[in-house]
Design a protein around this ligand. Structure first.
Ligand code: SIN
Length: 483
C-alpha cells in the first residue's frame, strides 16, 4: 500500500491554471453526511473559458507524434498508480464504495490509460486499390478536435480515464465536467495530469452545481466537436438534442435494465457467484448491474436458496470499514427510489426473501435484498433499481426468457448462465444488448468495447473502437499519376 504523498486540490483546472471562485458548493461523505470540501461552482462563462483553452491547445497537441502523447499518458498512469491508496480513500469518502472496490477502480481506471497510450500509436488509415490508373487513394486518421465529457458519480475515476485517455491518445483536447456528487476524484486526476506534464489546456476540469447551464454551454459551442456522456437516458436525450444544433459526434453511455438469465442447466455455484458480482458491485449502482434476474423453473428454488445464503453474508457499512462489502447509496433520491420500487412490487404480490428495508448504519444505507415473484410489468422490472436489490422473475422456456429480456427500451448489458454452449451462443445472439456476459457476471475491461444499443446509447468506449470515436477518417485522392 502506498502512503499518500500528494495533497489533492479543490480548485478547477482551466488552461493549466487552478481556478477558484467565491461561489462554491459542498461535497459530502454519503456514509456520514459530513462535509468533505467546497469546490468551485463554475458557470457557462467559465465553461466557455475552458473551451477557449482546449481550443487554443488543440493544434500543438494534435501535431505531436502519437508516441510523445503516449509518454505523457504513461507518466499520468504512473502517478495515479503511485497514489492508488490516496485516490481510493478519496473515492470512498466522496462516493461511498468499499475501499477494496475503490482500489480496484483506480486500477481499472489505469488500464484505460495504459491501453490508449499504446493504441494511440495504431491510429492507422489504409490504402485503397485505385479505380483508374491516374489516381491513388489512401485514408488518414485525424483527431476530432475539442471534446467535452460529462461524467457520472458511480465510477468517479474510471469513467474519466476511459474518456480522457482515448481523447488525448487520439490527439484531441478535452473539457471534463464531473458529477457534482464526486468532483474531488476528478480534481485529483487533474493534479496528477499536470504533474505528469499534460500541457496547459489539453485537459480542463470544471466543477459546477448547475449542470444544465454548463451542459448547454458545452453542447452549443461549435468549437466542441464531440460530446461523450455517461449517465441517465433522460439526460442523454436532452444532450443529444442540444448537440444537434452543431452536429457533434456523440458517445452516449446511458441507462440499462440488464437481464440475467439463469437456465436450468447452469452451474449453480457459478450462477450465484456471477449474480453476486454483477448485482452487488458498488451497492448495485452500475449501469450494467443485473436488474432483472430471470430464473428457469427447474433451478428456481435451489438458486434462490443459494443466493439468499450469499446475500446474507454481505456486510453493510461505511466503505472505510475493512469488512464492508456494501456501502451507502449516493443520496436520498437513490434510497427513495429503491424503497418505492420495493413497495410497488410487494403491493402487487412480490415477496421479500431477505432484506427489504433501510439499514441501521445511516440514512443512505439499504439492506441487501432479494425479492421474488416479480412480474415483467412491475416498475421494479422496468426501471433501473440502482441499489442492492436482486429482483427475481420466474420463466419456463428459452423463448420466454428471450422475449422478457428484450422487452425493454434499454440494451446495454445482459447475462446468461448455461452449460450448454449451443444454447449460450444462440441466446447471446438473440439478446438485444451491446454487452453479453456468458457464465460471467463481470466483463468490464479496457480491451472489450463497452456500450449499448437501443436507448442505452451510442458508440463504444475502451478497445479499438474507443479510439475510433475520437478520430475522423480523411480520404486522400492523389491524381496525375500517369504523368
Ligand atoms: C457504468 O456503470 O456506467 C460503468 C460500469 C463499468 O464500467 O463496468
Amino acid at each position: 500500500m502506498n502512503a499518500q504523498t500528494t495533497t489533492f486540490p479543490t480548485a478547477c483546472l482551466i488552461g493549466g491554471e487552478w481556478v477558484t471562485k467565491d461561489k462554491t458548493f459542498p461535497v459530502f461523505d454519503p456514509a456520514t453526511g459530513n462535509k468533505l470540501a467546497d469546490v468551485p461552482d463554475l458557470d457557462a462563462t467559465d465553461a466557455r473559458r475552458a473551451i477557449d483553452a482546449a481550443h487554443a491547445a488543440f493544434p500543438a497537441w494534435a501535431a505531436q507524434p502519437a508516441k510523445e502523447r503516449s509518454k505523457v499518458l504513461k507518466r499520468w498512469l504512473a502517478l495515479i498508480t503511485a497514489e492508488t491508496e490516496a485516490l481510493a480513500q478519496l473515492m470512498t469518502a466522496e462516493q461511498g464504495k468499499p475501499l477494496a472496490e475503490a482500489r480496484s477502480e483506480v486500477a481499472y481506471g489505469g488500464t484505460f490509460i495504459e491501453w490508449f497510450a499504446e493504441e494511440g500509436k495504431r491510429a492507422y488509415g489504409h490504402t485503397i486499390p485505385t479505380t483508374n490508373t491516374a489516381t491513388r487513394y489512401i485514408t488518414i486518421k485525424q483527431p476530432v478536435g475539442v471534446c467535452a465529457a460529462i461524467t457520472p458519480w458511480n465510477f468517479p475515476i474510471a469513467m474519466i480515464t476511459r474518456k480522457v485517455s482515448s481523447a488525448l491518445a487520439a490527439g484531441c483536447t478535452i473539457v471534463v465536467k464531473p458529477s457534482e456528487e464526486t468532483p474531488l476524484c476528478a480534481l485529483a486526476l487533474a493534479k496528477l495530469a499536470v504533474d505528469a506534464g499534460v500541457p496547459p489546456g489539453v485537459l480542463n476540469i470544471i466543477t459546477t452545481n448547475d449542470a444544465a447551464s454548463v451542459g448547454e454551454a458545452l453542447t452549443s459551442d461549435s468549437r466542441v466537436r464531440k460530446l461523450t456522456f455517461t449517465g441517465s437516458t433522460d439526460v442523454g436525450k436532452i444532450l443529444y438534442r442540444q448537440c444537434a444544433g452543431t452536429i457533434k459526434k456523440l458517445t452516449l453511455e446511458l441507462g440499462g435494465n440488464a437481464p440475467m438469465i439463469i437456465f436450468d442447466d447452469a452451474d449453480l455455484k457459478e450462477a450465484v457467484e456471477g449474480t453476486m458480482a454483477s448485482k452487488f458491485r458498488n451497492a448495485g449502482q452500475t449501469c450494467v448491474c443485473a436488474n432483472r434476474i430471470l430464473v428457469q423453473s427447474g433451478i428456481y428454488d435451489e438458486f434462490v436458496a443459494a443466493l439468499k445464503v450469499a446475500v446474507e453474508k454481505l456486510t453493510v457499512g461505511p466503505g472505510r470499514q475493512p469488512d464492508a462489502t456494501v456501502g451507502p447509496l449516493i443520496n436520498a433520491d437513490g434510497i427513495e427510489k429503491v424503497k418505492s420500487l420495493i413497495a410497488d412490487a410487494t403491493s402487487k404480490g412480490a415477496k421479500i426473501v431477505t432484506g427489504g428495508t433501510p439499514a441501521p448504519q445511516g440514512p443512505l444505507f439499504f439492506t441487501p435484498t432479494i425479492i421474488t415473484g416479480v412480474e415483467p410489468a412491475m416498475a421494479i422490472a422496468k426501471d433501473e433499481i440502482f441499489g442492492p436489490v436482486a429482483s427475481i422473475i420466474r420463466f419456463e422456456t428459452e423463448a420466454d426468457a428471450i422475449r422478457i429480456a428484450n422487452d425493454t427500451p434499454y440494451g446495454l448489458a445482459s447475462y446468461l448462465f448455461s452449460q450448454n454452449l449451443a444454447r449460450a451462443w444462440r441466446v447471446a445472439e438473440a439478446l438485444e444488448t451491446g454487452l453479453v456476459g456468458m457464465n460471467s457476471g463481470l466483463f468490464s475491461n479496457e480491451v472489450g468495447p463497452f456500450g449499448g444499443v437501443k436507448q442505452s446509447g451510442l458508440g463504444r468506449e475502451g478497445a479499438q473502437e474507443g479510439l475510433e470515436e475520437y478520430l475522423e477518417t480523411k480520404f486522400l485522392c492523389l491524381g496525375g499519376m500517369n504523368s
